[in-house]
Design a protein around this ligand. Structure first.
Ligand SMILES: NC(=O)c1ccc[n+]([C@@H]2O[C@H](COP(=O)([O-])OP(=O)(O)OC[C@H]3O[C@@H](n4cnc5c(N)ncnc54)[C@H](OP(=O)(O)O)[C@@H]3O)[C@@H](O)[C@H]2O)c1
Length: 255
């Protein structure tokens, strides 16, 4: 299937590794020009090179820095001639017990995982609406649907983003102009972040957590990216305001 987005421009935040990189690779395959971001400049440049090799016909620009910082967001937007596709992503807040978190910990989580995507959406959606095409994908977490006790900062900040976007996506001046805003909710995907949570005996811990996944495995960044690319496609204009769970069947509810 031709996704119909060749020649478009996308900003993909937090894309040197993991899920963000999976999305960037899938968009690159479809001929989408990219502005990618991550804090570590070396890994970011290596990914930019990889993307250029994957599709020599596209332009790939990189902006190193913390996407939670306003100057980095401004540089990302300035590097993109026009933002047709925006993939909001960043590292997740640390786990812990809410009794140990101070106000600053909450503010940091809200800043990175709620207000940063909202700022980027604010800077881009009206231009998308004027041009009659726009796709925003927020990478959140399955914890939005089934909160995980120790991930309270993530549960809270991402739910705030989810609630805000549910209202925004339904504005006729966006939905009626072919601008969609959806979230992808990853369950367990095989990335550096997931591996870093597996402790001293990662193979045993991985086997244990896979038992709770009906698909019998972790997801891959490639399949996550392919799904993301479809949501960004010309064919997905009637899908907006949705929270799409990709978790191999781990969430037990029907809805
Ligand atoms: N993997 C899963 O199973 C899973 C499940 C649920 C939710 N999630 C969420 O999905 C998101 C991506 O996770 P992942 O598994 O792909 O993680 P990952 O493999 O650790 O990759 C994270 C990427 O984001 C970049 N990054 C992190 N913080 C950043 C920041 N402040 N500004 C710019 N770039 C930043 C990292 O590069 P630098 O470190 O160089 O900046 C890296 O490129 C996270 O929010 C995570 O909580 C993941």
């Amino acid at each position: 299937m031709d996704l119909g987005i060749e020649g478009r421009w996308a900003v993909v935040c937090a894309a040197s590794k993991g899920l963000g990189k999976g999305c960037a690779r899938a968009l690159a395959r479809e001929g989408v020009n990219l502005v990618i971001n991550a804090r570590g400049a070396e890994a970011l440049e290596a990914t930019a090179q990889e993307l250029r090799q994957l599709n020599p016909a596209i332009e790939v620009r990189s902006v190193a820095g913390d996407v939670g910082q306003p100057d980095v967001r401004a540089a990302l937007l300035a590097a993109c001639p026009q933002v047709d596709i925006l993939i909001n992503n960043a590292g997740g807040p640390p786990p812990g017990d809410f009794r140990d978190w101070q106000r600053e910990d909450w503010l940091r989580a809200l800043e990175l995982n709620m207000l940063t995507p909202i700022e980027l959406i604010k800077a881009t959606v009206d231009g998308m609406a004027e041009r009659g095409f726009g796709r925003v994908v927020n990478i959140t977490s399955s914890a939005v649907k089934a909160p995980i006790d120790i991930l309270g900062l993530s549960n809270g900040a991402r739910s705030g983003l989810t609630g805000f976007v549910a209202g925004l996506a339904r504005q006729p001046r966006l939905a009626g102009r072919n601008v969609t805003i959806n979230a992808l909710l990853p369950g367990s995907f095989d990335t550096d972040r997931l591996r870093s949570t597996l402790g001293d005996d990662p193979e045993t811990a991985a086997a244990e957590s896979i038992k709770a996944i009906p698909a019998g495995r972790f997801g891959t960044p490639e399949e996550f990216g392919a799904f993301c690319a479809f949501i960004c496609s010309a064919h997905a204009g009637y899908l907006t305001g949705q929270n799409l769970l990709l978790d191999g069947g781990a969430y037990p509810g029907a809805y």
